[in-house]
Design a binder for this molecule. Structure first.
Ligand code: FPP
Length: 240
């Protein structure tokens, strides 16, 4: 098999361990999130170098809204700042910036920044950088099912199309519609869970778990995950 065919099209990362990384250094949790942004930058650069076309990152889950208010506020602030600071880099490197999740829970100023950043990078194709913000897998499946049900209720002639719908057709109603499912999902910090992430989309993803905490996950660690992926034999339930 050609070497390049072993490069995953879509790598997705559950970034975990920022708080523990900071604690190990006797610092506030926020310090871990700040270094976590450096890991986002390092992995984005490495993804481009390796020819990965989609890099998606679980930046903030629906469950994360239950964290202390000041941590939520500082995390959101950090993400706005990173987005504004990185916009020239996105433009220079041809990165299309996409935010997916329950954006109705984000405040207006953050939504406005996101729309601007998405609009200004919409034409780029070098790398799609997808940030999952206020996201959960169950939310995504539920919003897709609701949309489909409402569409069908509004147009009774669509009933047959709903009966005939296959998994590919349903996928188009998910927030990730049009984005290929992740080939590789990485989770840092030693936790061995999917934590309500891409529940539908992970059906055939290869999973890579590492004890490395997210702030320590830079280009070399990203490459190690790609090397492990290249060794996997993907069969999609079939016999080879
Ligand atoms: C998990 O560590 C990390 C998060 C919930 C936030 C991740 C967000 C960033 C690194 C900023 C992303 C920035 C951009 C631009 C996308 P944790 O706090 O759960 O750590 P712990 O498990 O050790 O407590």
């Amino acid at each position: 098999m050609e070497e390049n065919s072993k490069i995953p099209v879509h790598v997705s990362i559950i970034m975990d361990g920022n708080g523990r990384w900071a604690k190990e250094r006797g610092k506030e949790r926020f310090y871990g999130h700040v270094e976590g942004v450096e890991s986002v930058r390092a992995c984005t650069e490495e993804a481009i170098r390796k020819g990965v076309k989609y890099l998606s990152l679980f930046a903030f889950s629906e469950e994360n809204w239950n964290r202390p208010e000041d941590e939520v506020r500082s995390l959101m602030g950090l993400m706005v700042k990173a987005m504004v600071n990185e916009l020239p880099t996105f433009q220079k490197n041809g990165i299309k910036f996409i935010v997916l999740g329950n954006r109705s829970r984000l405040d207006d100023s953050l939504n406005a920044e996101i729309d601007e950043c998405m609009g200004l990078t919409a034409g780029y194709t070098n790398l799609n950088l997808v940030i999952f913000l206020s996201y959960s897998g169950r939310w995504d499946i539920l919003q897709a099912a609701k949309r489909l049900a409402l569409e069908a209720a509004a147009d009774p002639s669509a009933a047959q199309a709903v009966r005939d719908m296959d998994a590919g057709g349903f996928s188009r109603y998910l927030s990730t519609g049009g984005i290929p499912d992740p080939d590789l999902i990485i989770r840092t910090s030693g936790e061995l869970r999917i934590s309500n992430y891409l529940l539908w989309q992970c059906a055939y993803s290869e999973m890579y778990f590492t004890d490395t905490l997210w702030p320590d996950f830079k280009a070399a660690e990203f490459d190690a995950a790609l090397a492990e992926y290249a060794k996997r034999d993907r069969r999609y339930g079939k016999v080879k």
